[in-house]
Design a protein around this ligand. Sequence first.
Ligand code: UD2
Ligand code: MN
Length: 574
Amino acid sequence: ENNLNVGNGDADVAIKKKEIPIVQGFGEPLKPEEAEPKDGHAGEKDKPPVLVKPSFVFDSDSPIYKKGDSNQEGEAGKAVKVDKDKLSPEEKKKYDQGFTNNAFNQYASDLISIHRSLPSNVDEECKSEKYQSDLPDTSVIVCFHNEAWSVLLRTVHSVIERTPDSLLKEVILVDDFSDMEHTKKPLDDYMSQFPKVRVLRMEKREGLIRARLRGAAIAKGSVLTYLDSHCECMEGWIEPLLDRIKRDPTTVVCPVIDVIDDNTFEYHYSKAYFTNVGGFDWSLQFNWHAIPERDRKNRKRAIDPVRSPTMAGGLFSIDRAYFEKLGTYDPGFDIWGGENLELSFKIWMCGGTLEIVPCSHVGHIFRKRSPYKWRTGVNVLKKNSVRLAEVWLDEYKEYYYERINNQIGDFGDVSLRKKLRENLQCKSFKWYLDNIFPELFVPGESIAKGEVRNLGQGGKCLDAQIQRRQKTKSLSLYPCHGQGGNQYWMLSKDGEIRRDESCVDYAGQDVMIFGCHGMKGNQEWKYDHQTGRLLHSVTNKCLEMSKDGAKLLMHVCDSSNKYQQWRFKEYNEE
Ligand code: UD2
Ligand code: MN
């Protein structure tokens, strides 16, 4: 029988290196702004968005319920362009509400068939790829909280219509305490025509992690496949995944996650040649990387499965018994976030393998903000990440804690999770870093770290909010806030002033932030802890704060000029 570890509802709060380029601009899970107050204090920015609850009328005559009309909007995964200026005032209102409620263009989705076709320019090699017969069947589990009707239906239809009947055990929709009308009776009524679809409702808001566990607890397939509620599976998506699991049930697999544009719903198919793998940084944020050289050279074909240090989180298949053996997810994780790293570290450290399979494609709508309510009064993501760090990171947890300025806060009880790790006899985090993710820059290798304060009058600190979608940015000065975050810097042995994969770079104009390239040049600095001088090697100039503290300058070095004196908070003498 099925004795998956089900959430106990930890309801203590009320609702509401060697360089691998970071791939920019490719869809990645964005951190919900509401949930992660920049200063590390929970609550203040945690105001729920004002959601307008739409009333719902099911219009079975709408063209979106019809299949196969190749002239309809959005077919073949094409973009739907809505000219808002041409809409009537009432339609404009609907358009705006769609964005407010979902953080994607619901208005556009509502014009597209829930059975729409997807692009056909797929990798040729994948078309002739053969998979084993007798693949294991799978339960597809989709958790949602107030997902838009047309988007949710399109997710379900893409699964039902593009998964061979013998491989699809069931689709389990887990309603995580939605309160929009369409998610209740209309959804039950609609889904009742599909015997394989079950709707499971949560009695209170559980968050996606415990909702996934509740779905797993009733699942009967031998493999569990998780999807977000705003996905579209491509033809042939499941076979390559199940094939890997059949070969070895300790292999956990992810499809390539194609980007569905949040505004036009255009489906961007990503060719096998461009497959990326998952990583993370020391603020415990997931990110994408190109396949590292050491793996690239062992690959015969671009379509071969590739190992990945981490998974994005939302879309993957795992053998049900193996998931259970690994202790599923930490049920103490609330609402959203961190569970993808927990599972990734655990898979690798406890003897499994995590892969991305280039012939399996599922599209996902990446959003720029989180549309739903989070809990108030607690920084949920931070709490999840601290639990993760406590259980899996060993001594490396300190690097995360430095980034949150040691404001660890209450993270509940993790003794059962530590016990689990012990029972499974998992390897150390050091082993994981050395063997699975050696490309990651480890702050311990740095010469100096922490805030970088100017010793001139009104001394400020080097500050940069680095957004992953942004390629370059100038470095700025802000009053020192002592909270780590955007004022946390590391001076590497190669003379880089860096945070994660971003480096301070001077090419003769402004002092900028660029992706670290590891080739010194414009990114090489010499720091003298005695004199506080920050010398740029190539230009032989020194970093200086303007007298009014407004900007950064690069000038001829002058040891008597206080404005050229800087202090890294921590310095490791050798
Ligand atoms: C990514 C993952 C997501 C999850 C998350 C970290 C992908 C494509 N997406 O963020 O699956 O791993 O990182 O936790 O890899 N939901 C609930 N209850 C809640 C909140 C969310 O059921 O309280 C549902 C939501 O409707 C959605 C899913 O959980 O179907 C993931 O949420 P998301 O889409 O906001 O996360 P995303 O894609 O930004
Ligand atoms: Mn999502």
